[in-house]
Ligand binder design. Sequence first.
Ligand SMILES: C[S@@+](CC[C@H](N)C(=O)[O-])C[C@H]1O[C@@H](n2cnc3c(N)ncnc32)[C@H](O)[C@@H]1O
Length: 350
Amino acid sequence: MSESFLFPDQLAAYYAKVALREPPLLARLREETARLPSAQMQIAAEEGQFLDLLIRLSGARRCVEVGVFTGYSSLVTALALPADGHLLACDINPQTTAIARRYWAEAGVADRIHLVLAPALQTLDAELAKDEIGAGEGSYDFAFIDADKTGYIDYYERCLRLLRPGGLIAVDNTLWSGSVADPQQRDPDTQAIRAFNEHVRADQRVDFCLVPIADGVTLARKRWGLEPKEKNGDAQACIRRAACGVEHIAHRDVRRLDDHRVGGRQQVAGHEIADGLGQGRLGGRMPALLARFRIEPGAGGEAGQDSQCREKANSTLQCACRSTAIHRNSSSKVAASRRSAVSNPSVNQP
Ligand SMILES: C[S@@+](CC[C@H](N)C(=O)[O-])C[C@H]1O[C@@H](n2cnc3c(N)ncnc32)[C@H](O)[C@@H]1O
């Protein structure tokens, strides 16, 4: 544990003794980073452990990180992801990220991380502009922001758009060693963090908590029902979002369940979409899958059709949620869900 401005020394020593379980590779990265003049930029060990837990708890599969440095938080993230997980990592420094790359390779997770060396806003905007299924807006599960403080509100806004509903943003340094509470401190970074903290507190698009761990970590969870109103002709966008949601649900449950193909075509279609997306070969099967959901590709050109399409996309998600939830409980419920599959046409009929 790094020196704490939150804990008295005795408690900090006790915390360090009982609360930390840093894997040897991460400890080695911490030691190597400690030799750099900018070592204080690295996140604390307890924060890494906290992020690891959040990523595992949320079942995140697609993550974005703003601010890599020597790679501690990105290594934590990649290690907490499933084997098919993906981390988009943003930084501008080729020297420090060369250290990061070395550790990613040693941990065997380099193939899960896509590092882009460019100003993060540029990278996030390019990601938001992607319109293929499984990428772009609404396609990420988790974001970690830890770069230049004056960019925090912009990074947060971009990450919020990249997240699916229910996705989580974690933002580092939001207590800034206590300077945020000191009216004498008026430097740009402190002012930017104060502005950010107020921005999140006022933001009704998220549920949030400023957690007093390490240097302060703000967690913001994107609420449901915030999708922008679709314009005419944007039917494909809602299909894409529905598919991303189904993909997330299906991927999570594919990892947990053996017998998940029973109990309704909606669920099977969800898994097929997930399989297709995972293997990058959705191609020609998409129209058939969408037909099962009664979502017509290309619909939405005329007034009124866009809202119909949104409804269909939403009900697709609800059906997928409902049918996977039935299966999640226990294998004994599979029989019940089979019965419900027969008797509940709203879940099963295309
Ligand atoms: C506090 S460090 C990140 C620490 C890292 N999360 C860790 O666990 O060690 C901040 C990083 O943000 C990067 N950075 C600063 N401005 C940036 C920008 N405009 N775009 C992308 N990265 C930036 C810096 O190069 C630096 O590596």
